[in-house]
Structure formats: structure tokens, C-alpha cells
Design a protein around this ligand. Structure first.
Ligand code: SF4
Ligand code: SF4
Length: 128
């Protein structure tokens, strides 16, 4: 695990595979880091989820290096930014991000309902 942070409403966990916001109201927003091609600096890099979510679930920030021999102020890597979901508890289940993510990188669970990208003519699989 690279990073984990917790608030009264949500836990954000970031590891090499996933960036995940787990809200106490039963919403879990997961971004597959192997698929997401977000770029902070490349103007052509994807920022779609940030732009289209109507309630601002997503955010971006630089990740911290897990090397405690480095002074804490120097652990932030300004070249490596990622997408995270620090306000997953606000998600209204509209599924726009799941449907529009060009990489199929976002999946959402709201209680028993799963919003997951699926290949084929219907880009959105809704289970439960
Ligand atoms: S829409 Fe998908 S590929 Fe684009 S930044 Fe969001 S998670 Fe990454
Ligand atoms: S399902 Fe809708 S409200 Fe929820 S994170 Fe995606 S775009 Fe935002």
C-alpha cells in the first residue's frame, strides 16, 4: 500500500494497482491505476472523470514516495499525479464516469449495486 487516509466519512486507499475511496454510506469508487492514463502535465492526457462528475467525487494529487529514509518534505513526487475519489460519499450513482472513462478504469459499488464497464454495444454493466 502506498498511502491511506481516513476521515469521518471516507477512507482513501492508494496502492500500485488501485486508487479507492470507501465511503461510510456504502459507496466504493475504484480507479484501476494500470488502466487510467491521466496526466497532470500533458494537455492531451485524460481528465474526463474530473470534468464530468456532477458532484465532484474525483480529485488529483501527487503521490508520496514510500521511502522513509527521505525527509518527509521531499517524499512528494511532483512528476507523478494520480486520480483519487476523496468524496465518494457524494456519488449519486449517475454512472457517467464509468460509461465515459475511455480506459474502462472506473468501477463503483453502491450497496449491493455494481456499476462496472463492460465491452460491447452497451458500455455500462449494471448488476444488482
Ligand atoms: S476518465 Fe478514466 S482514464 Fe480518464 S482520468 Fe478518469 S479514470 Fe483515468
Ligand atoms: S457515478 Fe456519477 S456521481 Fe458517481 S462518481 Fe461517477 S460521475 Fe460522479
Amino acid at each position: 500500500m502506498l498511502q491511506s487516509s481516513k476521515s469521518e466519512f471516507i477512507e482513501v486507499i492508494i496502492d500500485d494497482a488501485y486508487s479507492r475511496g470507501i465511503a461510510h454510506n456504502g459507496v466504493v469508487v475504484t480507479i484501476d491505476r494500470q488502466k487510467c492514463n491521466y496526466s497532470m502535465y500533458d494537455p492531451s492526457g485524460c481528465k474526463k472523470c474530473l470534468q464530468l462528475c456532477p458532484v465532484g467525487v474525483f480529485s488529483t494529487r501527487p503521490i508520496e514516495k514510500r521511502d522513509f529514509s527521505i525527509p518527509s518534505k521531499e517524499r512528494i513526487d511532483p512528476t507523478l499525479w494520480i486520480i483519487l475519489a476523496p468524496w465518494a460519499d457524494w456519488c449519486n450513482g449517475c454512472a457517467a464516469c464509468v460509461k465515459e472513462c475511455p480506459q474502462g478504469a472506473i468501477s463503483i459499488r453502491i450497496g449491493e449495486k455494481q456499476l462496472v464497464p463492460t465491452p460491447g454495444p452497451d458500455p455500462l454493466g449494471v448488476k444488482g
